[in-house]
Each structure stands twice: as C-alpha cells, then as structure tokens.
Write a protein that binds this ligand. Structure first.
Ligand code: ZN
Length: 390
C-alpha cells in the first residue's frame, strides 16, 4: 500500500491524496488549490503527480471546492472511473462546480491579460460549465454507513463528519493482497467540531490502522462557541432598534443555512421581531433548497422539525433572491431588513454592492459570522479600517 500527498500537505486547499493498493489507484478528493490566480492555475491545470487516465476511482469526502473543485478537470483530462460520494455531496457538487466553472471563466480573462503583457500565449479556463455537468455523470452516490466495493479488495463506508451537508469521513476496509492482511484506513476529510446547529456530530471511528486527518484548525481556538444563538439574537435586537439594514456576509453553503436555522428558531420563540429577511446569492439559494432534500444528514432537532411539516431553513418573512434585478431592488428597501449574502470574506459577490450602498449609514449593522482571512475586505472592516484604499 502506498500513499502520496498531491496537495493540502504543508498548505491548505487542493486536497488530493493518491492511494495505491492491490495494483489499483484510488484518488481521495480532487480539490482545487486556491491561491493567487497565476500560481493556482499552474498547480491546478496539469495534475503533475499522476496521469488522470491512470486513476481507477475517486472517493470524495465533501463538496467544498478545495476538495471537489478539480474533478471536472480530472474527467476532462481522461479519468473515466467512478466518483464515490454521499447523495448530498453529489447534489451540492452540481451547483458548486457549475458556480466554480463560471468563476474560472472570469478569472481566465484576468490571467490572459497578464500573460499578454509578458508575451505569453493565452490559456483556456480549467473547465467550463459543460465539463462540470459531464463530470457529474461519473458520480456513484451512497448513503451513510453502507459499505460499497470501490476496487478489488477495497470497500468504502461514509461516516458522519459534521462539517457541511453530505460531508463524510471515508473508511476504507482493505484486504491487502500484498501481505494477505485486513486493514482499516480512515481519511477524515474536514471534521466538524460537533454541536452543529443543523448536522449530526462527527462519528468517532474505532480500530483504525491508518489515519489520514486534516488539521487546518488544529492549533487554533474557534471564534464562536457552539450555542451562540442567544448572543446572535441580542445583536439582532440591537440592530433592529437602530432601524437600518442588517448585513450578514456569509458563505453560501453551510453558514447561510445555519443562520437561517437560527433565525427560524429566534422567530419561532418570539425573541426577535418579525423583520424581512433576504438571502441574496444564487448559490446560497440553490444550496438552501438542497439542504431540505437531505433529512438523513440532520441532527435530531432539525430532523424532527422537518417532519413537523416545518421548513427549518424557511419562514414567512424570508425571500430568496436569485435574479440580478431582484438583488438591485433591495437597494430601494426602506427601514429594517436583514440581508444575508456571499461572499463571507466580502471579496466578491453581491455583498459588495450591499456594503457599498449601506456601510456609510450609521443605522446599518454588519454582522460577521465566520472567519475572514488576512488582507480580505471582511478582515479590514472587522479591524475597523475607515476607508478602502482601492
Ligand atoms: Zn471543507
């Protein structure tokens, strides 16, 4: 058995690990490396560690782009095998890979302008929306806790990881033909910290011989402790008193749905006034619809509310906004309104125009609910910078 780290080792993003066993090659995740456009393109375009045609199967831990985002490029470059994933991961990949393809296409214009200045030939996007759609045809979806054969002598079982909808720890049960021994190999994928508002807790897997584990936040305190809904409610009440817009920059997948669930609970309990709420991000709207289709991933509380004929991610005063015109119309709203929009770090997306239109108004409240990397606009606002240099 041989394992090669082809990304996300010594760095974050670009998760790709190649496992060779019984003469077969299994790729664990096929993520995009996310860094500066030029550097990222060079790393992502060509799979320097292996030939895509030589891979027998892919196992995908979850739909985040740093784990799934290079799959359309892998299939475009000749991988023809199965991509094993949970049902929810496949559904999220359908919207997230298409969204990623659109970003690739706009990034390439920027990259080619710079290549032209350096006298270099233009390059094509890593993949387009059609490539993203084609790659979905190779998915084989599996429920949690159902072992399924992947290649000779290897079965995979997906176990709860509690990270995003559909996320899984990947347990490989291997009959190693080299030494005749049985081995249990666990690839953790990204692991949640438990007590998630929506998802079940990660499973503790026993009797593992080999553990391949993510450790991105291993050395850091998390910003918000579990159960911060009460604190969130207090902030909303203060913002409502101020009487202006409430803007929440949030990642389209997972964080947006967690906020919707918390708002649903706060409205239900009458702890915050019935203010209009808008989700203004096409990807977040699609992801929210997908969440409702996968009760198997939810913790007991959310699961039960689904069967009480409630939508835990919806409420009367919620409007989901897909169209550009619908988004622009939010500029003309008077009075209190809460707008959840991507991106979470305020680097792109519709949140930018909401910030531009409202941040100068002292009645406006901006609530950050997630991590903002250094040098991002979100971090600069949080750090109290008064002006934007660009
Ligand atoms: Zn992740």
């Amino acid at each position: 058995m041989k394992l090669k780290f082809c990304g996300a080792a010594g760095t974050t993003t670009g998760s790709q690990h190649l496992l060779e066993i019984n003469g077969k090659r299994i790729l664990l995740d096929c993520g995009l490396y996310q860094g500066s456009r030029k550097h990222a393109y060079e790393i992502n375009c060509c799979f320097p560690h292996f030939d895509p045609k030589s891979i027998d199967a892919v196992i995908l831990s979850h739909a985040h782009i740093d784990h799934s985002g290079n799959l359309p490029n892998l299939t475009k470059k000749g991988f023809t095998g199965n991509i094993f994933a949970t049902h929810a991961t496949r559904d999220l990949c359908q919207v997230m890979l298409a969204d990623c393809a659109r970003i690739q296409e706009s990034d390439i214009d920027w990259l080619n302008k710079h290549r032209k200045k350096e006298g270099l030939e233009p390059v094509s996007p890593l993949y387009d929306e059609q490539d993203a759609e084609m790659c979905l045809r190779q998915f084989v979806t599996v429920s949690y806790n159902r072992p399924i054969p992947v290649v000779d002598g290897v079965a995979v079982t997906f176990l709860d990881a509690g990270h995003i909808l559909g996320s899984a720890q990947v347990l490989l049960e291997i009959q190693d033909q080299a030494d005749g021994k049985k081995k249990r190999f666990l690839f953790s994928g990204d692991v949640g910290r438990g007590s998630n508002e929506v998802l079940r807790d990660p499973v503790v897997v026993e009797n593992v011989d080999f553990l391949l584990m993510e450790s991105t936040y291993g050395g850091r305190e998390h910003e918000a402790p579990p159960g911060y809904g009460d604190h969130f409610g207090e902030i909303i009440r203060q913002a409502v008193k101020r009487g202006g817009k409430i803007l929440i920059p949030a990642f389209a997948v997972e964080r947006t749905q967690q906020i919707l669930y918390m708002l649903h609970e706060l409205f239900e309990r009458g702890e915050i006034p019935e203010i209009p709420v808008y989700v203004d991000s096409p990807l977040a709207v699609s992801a929210t619809e997908i969440y409702r289709l996968h009760p198997d991933a939810f913790n007991q509380e959310v699961y039960e509310s689904l069967f009480d004929k409630q939508n835990p991610f919806g409420f009367e005063n919620l409007t989901l906004v897909r169209s550009v015109n619908g988004s622009k119309a939010l500029n003309d709203l008077d009075g209190v309104a809460l707008i959840i929009s991507a991106s979470g770090m305020c680097e792109a997306g519709r949140i930018l125009h909401h910030l531009k239109n409202n941040i100068g108004d002292p009645k406006t409240t901006v609530i950050f609910v997630g991590y903002c990397a250094d040098n991002t606009l979100g971090r600069r606002i949080r750090d109290g910078e008064k002006t934007c240099p660009s």
